[in-house]
Design a protein around this ligand. Structure first.
Ligand code: SAM
Length: 290
């Protein structure tokens, strides 16, 4: 346990309690009562805090922004991974870009068809911290011999590769710092080149309430590159606004036409009904995408 004086700039004491103050947004500060700050380290890329919150449980915080919590991290992790894996006919080779908490990899590895996961994360320390302190999210990823950890910039990694992957999952942080380029046209074009001819890519495309431009832009770029583009959503209480978008781009199969019976049942959020209904977008999405 860290002593009081070691709490970083995202924490404060009030009436004997520790509060985590999420400050990554300009116009909002969200405060969460914490049981303890479990670990706090600085990597060459970012400030990495693991904090145990009263309502959300343990969570990973990067530069003051919540990335994944034990209470609701599975919602995001299941939605970004099961949908493309089930949509692909034979998802043997998977590339994950980002995803340092290992939660997305842990979901992908539930499918026996998956033979190899190249896990490209810029910050080795995020993986180390999550494997050590949040096994509830990281699962058994680090012991699975199908996983090949590559600690490098995902933007550079995709620059010179062709026809290697069935599914690419871009589990990126918000578009700040090293993640900015993961939302660029050039990156999406290079990632497409890494896919085999029936490949599928999914990225998180942020909040339809607070990041309309990113959602719109992602959809526009991917529509120019792929024959099939589907936006879907999930409710993730620990993300700003609570509603989160994903954009799937596919070279062959359409998630609206797949056999959802292939979906694994050892999940906490996604099921056949969620798979089918998540593409039925509330009007506010349509206004952004039109
Ligand atoms: N589920 C989360 C969310 O939407 O907030 C994302 C979680 S995951 C922890 C994001 C990861 O992307 C971080 O560990 C960060 O280090 C990594 N990352 C950021 N930019 C990257 C890049 N250019 N290449 C590879 N990984 C990157």
């Amino acid at each position: 346990k860290l002593a009081m004086k070691e709490l970083g700039k995202y924490f404060k004491y009030e009436d004997g309690d520790i509060w985590f103050v999420e400050t990554d947004r300009n116009n909002m500060k969200l405060e969460y009562r914490a049981k303890e700050l479990i670990s706090s380290v600085k990597s060459p890329f970012q400030q990495i805090d693991i904090v145990d919150l009263y309502d959300f449980g343990k969570c990973l915080v990067l530069d003051g922004a919540i990335q994944s919590t034990v209470l609701d991290g599975h919602i995001y992790n299941e939605m970004i991974s099961h949908i493309p894996i089930v949509t692909h006919d034979n998802p043997q080779d998977v590339l994950i870009i980002g995803g340092g908490d290992c939660g997305v990899a842990n979901e992908v590895l539930k499918y026996e068809e998956v033979k190899k996961v190249d896990f490209v994360e810029i910050d080795e320390l995020v993986v180390k911290e999550c494997v050590e302190h949040i096994p509830e999210i990281a699962g058994t990823t680090s012991q699975d011999n199908r996983v090949n950890f590559i600690f490098t910039d995902g933007v550079k990694f995709v620059e010179d590769k062709k026809n290697l992957y069935d599914v690419i999952l871009v589990d990126s942080s918000d578009p700040v710092g090293p993640a900015v380029q993961l939302f660029s046209r050039e990156f999406y074009q290079n990632a497409k080149n890494c896919l085999k001819e029936d490949g599928i890519m999914v990225c998180q495309s942020q909040s339809p309430l607070f990041n309309k431009d990113i959602l719109r832009n992602t959809h526009k770029i991917l529509n120019e590159l792929y024959p099939i583009v589907r936006t879907y959503y999930a409710i993730v209480p620990s993300y700003p606004g609570g509603i989160w978008s994903f954009t799937l781009a596919s070279l062959k199969n359409d998630p609206l036409e797949v056999d959802v019976m292939k979906l694994k049942t050892n999940t906490k959020y996604i099921n056949e009904g969620v798979f089918q209904s998540c593409f039925k977008l509330p009007n506010m999405f349509k206004y952004v995408l039109e």
